[in-house]
Design a protein around this ligand. Structure first.
Ligand SMILES: NC(=O)c1ccc[n+]([C@@H]2O[C@H](COP(=O)([O-])OP(=O)(O)OC[C@H]3O[C@@H](n4cnc5c(N)ncnc54)[C@H](O)[C@@H]3O)[C@@H](O)[C@H]2O)c1
Ligand SMILES: O=C(O)CC[C@@H](O)C(=O)O
Length: 427
């Protein structure tokens, strides 16, 4: 399958979604005794334009549907799902991108819906636009271009430009101090690139992963507090997720510590900064420029800003990388129950589902779940080939292969275990 969701839906459904016909649904909730002879189709609902040209490729055995009610999984980008009426049939969500503050991930976990993201898949795109913002706010590039356009009718513009150019004199970034808040996929790349550009680079990330710590250039100096990071910075760039401890983390106190005329760059989320404090710092000249990916009613009214349309990940490469990663995560989960890069369930893999049957249980991370599951299996005299149990925070995942198909009553009994959110009959 290689076509846009809209095209696909149009072909099957010329008069509207109500006539969408379904082939055999994946056996998650219903056991199909004869399913070997029937084709299993899985259905995907897309939300947002996943790629600019609409091309998304799930391969054979998948179809796009218009209505979420008809889908097994959702593939999406930045639409806010808080308050969205998620249909019961949705088992997974693939978020093409890093941030998941637009998805109620804990609520969905308790409904047995696994949410995936695509960590790192767009990080190079963000790094590049952040570097562009640093340079644009250091040199009068945009202003010079505006001057040229405004004076396009001047027959002697070559000479006039020579006189005008002193208004656009800037400064170099080499040798300047930059603070990077958050040293994950984006922040570590920005920090390393700034070292390459000859900057004095400081980083702050109390939760840095081992992988990113290893990837960091040794010249990046790590500091223990946000305040130490901000002190004396000519540039401050933000690369943290939006969550309780990061909302409003850049406010009057942090801005006051920056060097006079510093540049603030926020390509993380609009919530990370206190907008009133940033506006005041711009008015007072404490900040020379504010570059930001989020056009809010307040940011668009601030002086000396470069504001983009949440375009940090807006490259063909990043869109394709994010879609590829999210699609392969969704497919492995729908077909085999394996979980990689989930933001609300633990990673878990048992490889391809090859035994007669594979069952996945999504449940709370509470004592005696495995005991209750195995007791029910014992009653059915089921022989378990392999079983894996993983947990992450409040949620846990138990997956097992059996020699024979479990009967319907056994599946029902598993579903009735208290704190069991969902039971999937994958095969
Ligand atoms: N503008 C865009 O288009 C765009 C694109 C990608 C990511 N983003 C945003 O940027 C964020 C970062 O992206 P990423 O891919 O680097 O994510 P990531 O998860 O790889 O990195 C985030 C880093 O922030 C660190 N962190 C968490 N809480 C922190 C805190 N209180 N103080 C300091 N560091 C903290 C984490 O330890 C982690 O290393 C995303 O969550 C998203 O909101 C925006
Ligand atoms: O989907 C996008 O365009 C932006 C995604 C970006 O904000 C992210 O968090 O990865």
């Amino acid at each position: 399958m290689m076509e846009s969701a809209a095209n696909s839906a149009r072909k099957r459904d010329p008069v509207g979604p109500s006539v969408v016909r379904r082939a055999v649904r994946a056996p998650d909730l219903i056991i199909h005794p004869k399913r070997k002879s029937r084709t299993i189709m899985r259905y995907i609902k897309t939300i947002d334009d996943i790629t600019k040209d609409g091309a998304i490729d799930f391969g054979a055995g998948y179809e796009f549907v218009e209505r979420a009610e008809d889908a097994d999984a959702i593939l999406m980008r930045s639409t806010d799902l808080h308050g969205y009426d998620l249909p019961e049939g949705i088992r997974a969500i693939g978020r093409c991108g890093a941030g998941v503050n637009n998805i109620p991930i804990e609520e969905y976990a308790r409904r047995g819906v696994v949410v995936f993201n695509s960590p790192g898949a767009n990080s190079n795109a963000v790094k590049e636009i952040v570097l562009a913002m640093m340079i644009m706010s250091s040199r009068g590039i945009v202003q010079a271009m505006q001057w040229v356009r405004a004076n396009a009718d001047d027959p002697d513009i070559l000479t006039s430009a020579e006189k005008a150019k002193k208004a656009f004199v800037g400064r170099e970034i080499r040798g300047k101090r930059i603070g990077v808040v958050g040293l994950g996929n984006v922040g570590s790349k920005v920090a390393n690139a700034c070292v390459e550009l000859g900057m004095d680079v400081y980083g702050y990330d109390p939760f840095i992963s081992v992988e990113h710590a290893w990837a960091l250039n040794r010249e990046v100096q790590r500091v223990g507090t946000l305040e130490d990071l901000c002190r004396g910075c000519d540039y401050l760039t933000l690369h943290v997720p939006s969550k309780a401890d990061t909302v409003g983390m850049i406010s009057t106190e942090q801005l006051a510590l920056l060097a006079p005329g510093a540049v603030l760059i926020n390509f993380a989320r609009e919530t990370i900064i206190d907008e009133d404090a940033v506006a005041a710092a711009l008015e007072a000249g404490k900040l020379s420029w504010f570059a930001c990916d989020f056009a809010t009613p307040k940011t668009v009214r601030m002086p000396r800003t470069f504001i983009t349309t949440h375009s940090g990940a807006g490259t063909e490469e990043a869109e394709a990388n994010c879609a590829d990663m999210a699609i392969s995560e969704l497919k492995d989960y729908l077909e085999n129950g394996n979980i990689a890069h989930s933001v609300n369930y633990p990673a878990c893999s048992m490889g391809k589902a090859r035994a007669a049957s594979r069952i996945a249980c999504l449940h709370a991370n509470v004592p005696n779940m495995i005991g209750q599951i195995t007791a029910i299996l014992a009653k059915d005299n089921a022989n378990v080939q392999r079983m894996v149990n993983e947990s992450a925070g409040e949620n846990a995942y138990t997956m097992f292969d059996t020699d024979e198909h479990l009967d319907r009553a056994t599946i029902e009994a598993l579903k009735q275990i208290p704190s069991m959110y969902r039971v999937r009959v994958i095969k």
